[in-house]
Ligand binder design. Sequence first.
Ligand code: ADP
Ligand code: MG
Length: 439
Amino acid sequence: MNRAAPDNARGTANSLPVPVNVLIVGSGGREHALAWKIARSTRAGKIFCAPGNAGTSALGENVAIPADDIPALLAFAKSRDIGLTVVGPDDSLAAGIADAFEADGLKIFGPNASAARLESSKAFAKDFMRRHGIPTADYQEFTDSAAAREWCRAAKYPLVIKADGLALGKGVVIAESPEAAADAIRQCMDDRIFGDAGKKIVVEEFLHGEECSIHALVDGTSYLLLPDCRDHKRAFDGDLGPNTGGMGTICPSGSISAPLAALVKSDILDRFLAGIRADGLAFRGMLFPGVMLTADGPKVLEFNCRWGDPETQSLVRRLDSDLLDLLEACADARLASLSPLWSDGASACVILASGGYPGTYEKGKPISGLDRVSDPCVVFHAGTKSDPGGGAILTNGGRVLGVTATGSDLHEARARAYAAADMITFDGLQRRNDIGAAK
Ligand SMILES: Nc1ncnc2c1ncn2[C@@H]1O[C@H](COP(=O)(O)OP(=O)(O)O)[C@@H](O)[C@H]1O
Ligand SMILES: [Mg+2]
């Protein structure tokens, strides 16, 4: 008897999956890690990275479009039949890349500009947290520098001064005295060292505790909590030196017990989901709250609305399921139907940076030893480029490489990551030797 094929014949046991072309926006270690994991999907078609780095060019094709050129990215995605665009950087999201793609009917992973304000305006995020009962530090917001200085005179120290807008991770000052607070306020609000990002500030209570990076995929109606990570933000061993974009990560962090994870869900993620629904924010993408584990429970330091860098490098190494499936399900608001699998054990990522980072540094140094690293270690590129004149790979940024490894426990993962890191050299290489070390 003849039977018509079902409408959804696609994806049945006998049919081949339809390949999905993927565009990854950004050029850091996070984007290489996402591209690497997506490339392992049986459904992945062609992978493009805009603008990408030397690592992503080995997985797919780099496209010379800056991550913030939304019209050019949209035109490219349309011309290449891109089935999913995955956005790395915060500023592209804040500028409305998701709005532009969705308006043209293209699938994109990352929140729209209204929802991304939870990252791009710290005052907006604090107001959201206060209204929806999400634990966070007490705060005041100011748009007038004299009023801010006046308030800070009688405050308790240390005190935290934050530029409202995106400031490349440099907009937060921990002030130890009213004089230091006044300096920070002047630089931010009067001298405008962060431009318009410093028109408004948030002044908040200093929280004591260990920091932890929480990641949860959010599709507007449900969320999926990923394993927790620890970043190491300071430039030098022992948590000394200036803050950086992150010098290494471990996953899991080792600080989130089952009861604490339950609190993260009930007090942060459940309330976040209820909050975005109440406020009509169409948040579909990654929610990455920076959390302080205080004696009074976990408190949110900030919301990031994208994958962490270098947290992503550690996370993808432990994900056993298909990342393309997960990202598509999030963009389609189908997250509730998935239960991704994570490997037992741990992963670690050690960043190899250019000498001088996060201050000034030189670029264009040849990197050697990359070919000596093999499974279970994977090197993700960040600031690298291929030498236009030959086969060499050159340094091209502050954070150059992220050397990752998995292991049955943290001890094994970090030993493997450092053994691999020891094989790689370039002039001026700077790294921390205590990523994931016992405190
Ligand atoms: N209320 C606070 N108490 C203690 N430390 C804080 C507080 N807020 C921020 N910090 C520290 O400053 C760092 C940067 O602050 P954050 O809000 O994450 O801003 P950004 O990442 O945009 O620079 C945090 O990782 C944390 O170490
Ligand atoms: Mg932060």
